[in-house]
Design a protein around this ligand. Structure first.
Ligand code: TXA
Ligand code: MG
Length: 310
């Protein structure tokens, strides 16, 4: 308990001084900085090697703190009450007098906001006078981090401090919903769309091939282990690692399992760390067997599809 408090204090100290700190969330680790500070936000882009035209998600403790920065709508309230804190990100209209750094939004008047569920991060957010801008803690186009050591692998000592919150329980990023007009899903993620549809009581469109340069997937390659990846493979080619979702009777050294019994939640949780392990084990190519497109399986396939554009 004592060390938790002192770790949070340490993270706060760095953040107050405009440094970047890696933080745990229930989805993936974030590379966080003070969202009101141009200095902090510019540091995030630099460390991640992220182009300034790709805006960041801002993380809040609760709706009260958000109201200073964004206009809220009825649909937002319904979804917030049901799913926050949790793996959903909302695109809202930014208030004119908001203190959000213009670098967060690339000077647009919309803001991506999220209320993460991880207890440690919630304690930290509560203690701060500002919300945290935080993209996933990885170099642009690469695999997201799901544990503290992944962050170190990505950034080495360039990140001042990693607040270690253990392994992320969901393992893939949040679902992004644009609420500026008619609700539209911009990114599949940790929260099932069917659950969102149930609350809003309508069918929700999923946006594909966004032309405007504001949304995920604008760069074809994303979530990549840094080696070529092939989907829907029946069997591996020579020298390929093979990723499976359930145990086979006959297994080989190059077989890697996302789950034992075709459990999709488990598979999502293991996805990035398994691909990271395959790369670190020295494989130059990876094949993945067909994964069911149900529930979070759809998110897994979305990530694999982007990772296959190597
Ligand atoms: O689970 C998550 O969402 C993680 C954790 C750390 O919270 N964060 C995350 O951030 O995945 P990032 O930066 O890797 O992905 C955020 C996506 C980007 O693709 C960006 O284009 C999109 O959100 N985005 C941010 N602001 C936006 C806006 N105003 N309109 C549309 N898309 C936006
Ligand atoms: Mg990312």
């Amino acid at each position: 308990m004592k060390s938790i408090q002192s770790n949070i204090k340490k993270a706060k100290k760095y953040l107050d001084k405009n440094h970047c700190v890696a933080v745990p969330t229930e989805t993936v680790y974030g590379l966080a900085g003070n969202a009101y500070s141009n200095i902090s936000v510019k540091k995030i882009f630099k460390l991640k090697r992220r182009p300034f035209n790709n805006p960041l998600i801002v993380h809040y403790f609760n709706i009260n703190k958000l109201k200073k920065d964004c206009h809220i709508s009825n649909d937002f309230i319904k979804l917030y009450n049901k799913f926050s804190p949790g793996p959903i990100t909302f695109i809202l209209r930014l208030k004119k007098n908001s203190k959000i750094s213009r670098f967060v939004t690339n000077k647009q008047n919309s803001l991506a906001v999220r209320f993460p569920k991880h207890a440690l991060l919630r304690k930290l957010l509560k203690s701060l006078d500002y919300p945290l801008a935080a993209p996933s803690a990885n170099i642009s186009t690469r695999l997201s981090s799901v544990k503290a050591s992944d962050v170190t692998e990505e950034f080495g000592s360039k990140v001042k401090y990693v607040l270690d919150g253990g392994r992320c329980i969901i393992g893939v990023e949040s679902t992004i919903i644009n609420l500026l007009n008619k609700p539209v899903i911009l990114r599949l993620g940790g929260l099932d769309i069917s659950k969102i549809e149930k609350i809003l009581q309508k069918k929700i469109l999923i946006k594909k091939n966004l032309k405007k340069k504001i949304a995920p997937g604008q760069f074809p390659l994303h979530y990549s282990p840094g080696i070529p990846l092939r989907m829907n493979a029946k069997k591996p080619k020579k020298k390929e690692a093979f990723v499976l979702t359930k145990k086979r009777k006959v297994s080989f050294n190059n077989y890697y399992y996302l789950s034992k019994k075709n459990d999709l939640k488990q598979s999502a949780k293991n996805l990035y760390s398994l691909l990271r392990k395959i790369k670190n084990d020295g494989y130059k190519m990876v094949a993945v067997e067909k994964i069911s497109n149900k529930g979070i399986g759809r998110t897994i396939n979305d990530r694999l599809n982007k990772a296959s554009k190597y």
